[in-house]
Design a binder for this molecule. Sequence first.
Ligand SMILES: Cc1cc2nc3c(=O)[nH]c(=O)nc-3n(C[C@H](O)[C@H](O)[C@H](O)COP(=O)(O)OP(=O)(O)OC[C@H]3O[C@@H](n4cnc5c(N)ncnc54)[C@H](O)[C@@H]3O)c2cc1C
Length: 473
Amino acid sequence: MTSNKALDDIRRILGPKGVVASEDASAYLTEWRDKFKGRAALIAKPANTDEVSQILKIASEAGIGIVPQGGNTGLVGGQIPSLDGTEIILNLSRMNEIRKIDTLNDTMLVEAGCILSNVQQAAENAGRLFPLSLASEGSAEIGGLVSTNAGGINVLRYGNARAQVLGLEVVLPNGEIWNGLKGLRKDNTGYDLKQVFMGAEGTLGVITAAVLKLFAAPTDRATGFAALPDLDAVIALLGLTREMTGELVSAFELIPAIGLEFLAKHKEFKSPLKSTAPWYVLIELTSIDAPGTLKNALEPLLEAGLEKGLVLDGAIAANVSQTEDFWRLRETMSEIQKFEGGSIKHDIAVQISDIPAFVERAIAAVTDACPGIRPVVFGHVGDGNLHFNLTQPEGDAPKGTDKDNYLAGWEAVSRIVHDIVDDMGGSISAEHGIGQLKRDALAHYKSDVEMDLMRRLKKAFDPNGIMNPGKVV
Ligand SMILES: Cc1cc2nc3c(=O)[nH]c(=O)nc-3n(C[C@H](O)[C@H](O)[C@H](O)COP(=O)(O)OP(=O)(O)OC[C@H]3O[C@@H](n4cnc5c(N)ncnc54)[C@H](O)[C@@H]3O)c2cc1C
């Protein structure tokens, strides 16, 4: 039973603006795929770091669980409380100030509730680039992105969220504030504490602000779309791209034929290419050269790919609108699957060189277990990260019992896929995190040494176990 006095004290600190009324609560208690639902004793929206600190101090003393929440776009249920209704959701969205942009140090200091697209825009207005980019950028917030160590489409060139953060401010579970808001590129003064909170999914403390790294704003961009015969050709073309364009390549994304077939069936869609092929890749180069220059790097790359038999057909976007069309194909890959019924999703990573062997093994194994299953394999192939999603066999009703029956097999199918990932030295969560969805799988696949270290870390930072209970470890 959550202490009423503690909740009343927290309500007083927050004032009416800082508490979500029960009639507005549903948006905070479920996530966009409707996979996770929870209940909460209170939904708190603090206005500043001091309020977060006071809430955590009270919660710690009263033993109340705290579930940090940003834009609620997480895909593993980390931001959704349990169903017992005893926990507090701590939603950071009101803390959305961009505190400072320093173009000489190439950094910006932002609060945790800043929406990513606003941060990108502010960087652009200052003549810089903040390169973190993903399809949820209109809602995902810096606190959530850093806490999940989000990846996205530019990891190949700029790294994931972890690589783009120089400093953090964190409220610890007992209410203490750690000000680690340094904008340093070199700092070897003992343990790098910020790293512990990045990717911790809110289980160790609440991130309230971050110092982000800025980069030169690209002035030229060339985007290509190529058709390829098989995954060996995809990996060889990635190698060729690196050889011929060096660090200019910022995205190299995989799209499967079945994804375009789903698109043609359910949306208005025109392929950039005349021919069809088993696989497609979207390649993007960016630089600070004069607009139009990069075409001269992309054209020879596609030509060399054609000559070597890696590329069957290719197109280069002629203008911004075509570039957006190419990207839309990639970005609708997640959404389009729902029109074909249930989808069992995986977010895996293996070594780039192992991708063809992994896909062949995994497709054979899941087809053996569920004949007719339809793999929709797409994603950040340049990072070795695939969304290995499996749509239910054709003919099953898209809605109703067939879908439910199919999805009931999620755990068994995932075990097959993850066993192969594990056998090949890969990761069962490349970028989405662990949350509730993969908590048991984490314990299954990590070694005893790793699990023991993680549990000891959790105990050291959060001895009363109030931070995001039931998530990750
Ligand atoms: C359409 C779509 C596309 C996506 N594409 C990608 C992609 O390409 N790459 C990728 O990596 N992810 C992707 N995601 C996943 C998602 O956007 C990321 O997980 C994002 O980083 C979460 O940010 P958020 O603000 O929504 O956090 P939330 O979902 O609110 O929270 C996520 C986790 O972080 C914790 N948390 C939130 N804020 C804080 C804080 N201030 N302090 C401590 N902990 C906190 C929560 O407790 C939870 O565990 C996608 C999601 C969608 C819906």
